[in-house]
Design a protein around this ligand. Structure first.
Ligand code: 5AD
Ligand code: SF4
Length: 470
C-alpha cells in the first residue's frame, strides 16, 4: 500500500476526481479538516476514540460535534453482536442521504473494520473511503491522505502483537472517571466471540507506563480510574501480574478509587481477590462473566470452567471480600442449548444472586469457532422468550439487592449527571458502583468529584436514593 506523506491541506484540487471506486469525490480541504467521530460498542472502543482524537489533533484535524459540519465522518464500530453491525450499515446510508450530495469522506474504524474489510469495500452502495483496524490508528493520517490524494480506498487492518498506544495520551472527556487500557487483545478464543480475530493477541503495557499515566490523570483532576482490557486480569508484563499492577496504581496520590473490567473467571488467584478485599482504593466490585450455567454449554463455549467451579469462585470471593458487588454477562440460545440447559442458567442466577447482569441473545459471528462448528439452531423466538424470562428474574434480584441497602451509610463519589436533575439533587456511585441519587441540603457546597457520606433512603431496580449526611 502506498503511503503519501502530504497532508490533506496540500491536495491539488483536481485530483479527487480520480476517486473511481465508489467513494465521494472530496474537494480539497481549504481549512483544518473537520472530523465527526461516532463510537459504538464497548468501553474499549470509547477509549480508542479518545486515542484517535489525540492522534488526529496532532496532525491539525479538528473535531466537530455535528456530522453536518464535517469533512470526514468516522464510525468506530463494534462487531460483537449483529445489532451493532446493522446499525452501522444504516448509519452510513443515513449520513450519505442527509448530506444531499454534499461530499463527505466516510471512514470505518474498530472491530467491524477488521472483520468485514472485504464486505465493506465491496458493498458499493456504502461508499466507504478508508478503513482502519484497532491497531492501525497511528496510521490514520496517512490513510486519510491516501484516500484524499489518490482518491483511493485506503485501509490498514493489520493486527499487531505489540501496539498498546502506551505513548498516546487519550483526549478524555472531563469527569471523575478516566478509562485506561492496560492490555489489549485476547488469547482465549471463547467459541462465540469475535474479539480475538478483530483485536488480536494479548499484550500488556509496562506497570511504570500505566502508573505514569495515572499520575498525570490525578494531576488533571480525575478521582477514579477504571483499568480496561478484553481480558484485563490476564494482564502480564515481565514479572508483573494484574494484582501487582493494581497495587502500584493504588499508590498514586489523588486517585481515590480503582475499578477494572472485564476479567475472565480463569484468572482470579487468591492474591488478586485479596488485593480487591484489602486495598482500600480498589473497589469491592467485580464483573464476573458467566455466559452459561450449564456444563455442556460452557464446554462448547470453551470457557474453561464448570458451573461448580464458577460457584466455588463466587463463594471464595464473597468470603474474602466484604460487601462485594457482583455483576455478570449471560448469553442465551447458544447453539443446541436445550430448555433444561437454559434452566440451569436460571437456577445459577437465582443461587448466586448477582447485583446486575448484562444479557445477550447468541449472535453468530463470522469467523468464530462456533460459527464453523455449530449451527445457530435455537429459534429467534426461543432466544427472545429465554432472555425475557432471565431478565424478569434478574430484575427482581437486582431490585431486592438494591432494597437491601436501604438504611445503610455509603461513601459516594459525586459525578456529572447525565440528565438534568432537580436543583437539590446530585448523582454519584457507591464503592460497589451502584448509581445513587442524592438529595442535597439547600446550603450544600458539594461538587462533582467530592466523596460524600449518604444514607440510603429508597431503591428502584436502577438506582438508590439517598440523603446527604452532613
Ligand atoms: N453473541 C452474543 N453475545 C456475545 N457476547 C460476546 N460475543 C457474543 C455473541 N457472539 C457477549 C458476552 C460477553 C459480552 C461482552 O458480550 O456475554 O461477555
Ligand atoms: Fe471474547 Fe472470551 Fe476473550 Fe472475552 S475472554 S473477549 S468473551 S474470547
Amino acid at each position: 500500500m502506498k503511503i503519501i506523506n502530504q497532508k490533506p491541506t496540500a491536495v491539488p484540487p483536481d485530483l479527487p476526481e480520480a476517486n473511481l471506486n465508489g467513494g465521494t469525490p472530496m474537494p480539497r480541504f481549504q481549512k483544518k479538516p473537520q472530523v465527526f467521530l461516532e463510537t459504538y460498542g464497548c468501553q474499549m472502543n470509547e477509549y480508542d476514540s479518545e486515542l484517535v482524537r489525540t492522534i488526529l489533533k496532532k496532525e491539525n484535524y479538528e473535531f466537530v460535534p455535528k456530522e453536518q459540519e464535517a469533512d470526514i465522518v468516522m464510525l468506530n464500530t463494534c462487531a460483537i453482536r449483529e445489532h451493532a453491525h446493522r446499525k452501522v450499515y444504516g448509519r452510513v446510508h443515513a449520513i450519505r442521504h442527509a448530506r444531499n450530495g454534499k461530499p463527505v469522506m466516510i471512514g470505518i474504524l474498530g472491530c467491524m473494520a477488521t472483520n468485514l474489510r472485504q464486505e465493506l469495500f465491496q458493498d458499493r452502495s456504502l461508499k466507504i473511503d478508508f478503513i482502519a483496524g484497532p491497531d492501525s490508528y497511528k496510521r490514520l493520517p496517512a490513510l486519510i491522505d491516501e484516500a484524499v490524494v489518490d482518491g483511493k480506498k485506503s485501509f490498514d487492518v493489520t493486527l499487531s502483537e505489540f501496539e498498546t498506544y502506551a505513548d498516546v495520551y487519550p483526549s478524555r472527556k472531563e469527569g471523575v472517571n478516566a478509562w485506561i487500557a492496560v492490555m489489549r487483545g485476547c488469547n482465549n478464543f471463547c467459541t462465540f466471540c469475535v474479539v480475538p480475530y478483530t483485536r488480536g493477541r494479548e499484550r500488556s503495557r509496562p506497570v511504570t507506563n500505566v502508573v505514569e499515566e495515572v499520575k498525570r490523570l490525578a494531576d488533571d483532576g480525575f478521582k477514579q480510574v477504571t483499568l480496561l482490557g478484553q481480558n484485563v486480569n490476564s494482564y502480564r508484563h515481565e514479572e508483573d501480574d494484574f494484582a501487582s499492577l493494581l497495587e502500584e496504581v493504588s499508590k498514586v496520590k489523588g486517585i481515590e478509587r480503582i475499578r477494572f473490567t472485564s476479567p475472565h473467571p480463569k484468572d482470579f488467584p487468591d492474591r488478586l481477590i485479596d488485593v480487591v478485599a484489602q486495598n482500600p482504593k480498589v473497589c469491592n466490585q467485580i464483573h464476573l462473566p458467566l455466559q452459561s450455567g450449564n456444563d455442556r454449554v460452557l464446554e462448547m463455549m470453551d470457557r474453561t470452567y464448570t458451573r461448580q467451579e464458577f460457584m466455588g469462585l463466587v463463594d471464595n470471593m464473597r468470603k474474602r471480600v466484604s460487601n462485594l458487588v457482583l455483576s455478570t454477562d449471560v448469553i442465551v440460545g447458544f447453539p443446541t442449548e436445550t430448555e433444561e440447559e437454559f434452566e440451569d442458567t436460571l437456577s445459577l442466577i437465582r443461587q448466586v444472586e448477582f447485583d446486575s447482569a448484562f444479557t445477550f441473545k447468541y449472535s453468530q459471528r463470522k469467523g468464530t469457532i462456533a460459527s464453523k462448528k455449530y449451527p445457530d439452531d435455537v429459534l429467534e423466538e426461543t432466544k427472545t422468550e429465554r432472555i425475557m424470562r432471565l431478565n424478569d428474574i434478574q430484575k427482581e434480584i437486582t431490585y431486592q439487592k438494591n432494597r437491601a441497602h436501604i438504611g445503610e451509610t455509603h461513601t459516594i463519589l459525586l459525578e456529572p449527571a447525565t440528565h438534568t436533575k432537580s436543583k437539590n439533587e446530585m448523582v454519584g456511585r457507591t464503592d460497589g458502583n451502584k448509581l445513587v441519587i442524592v438529595t442535597t441540603p439547600a446550603a450544600s457546597t458539594h461538587k462533582v468529584g467530592d466523596m460524600v457520606q449518604v444514607r440510603i433512603t429508597d431503591a428502584t431496580p436502577h438506582a438508590l436514593k439517598s440523603d446527604m449526611l452532613l
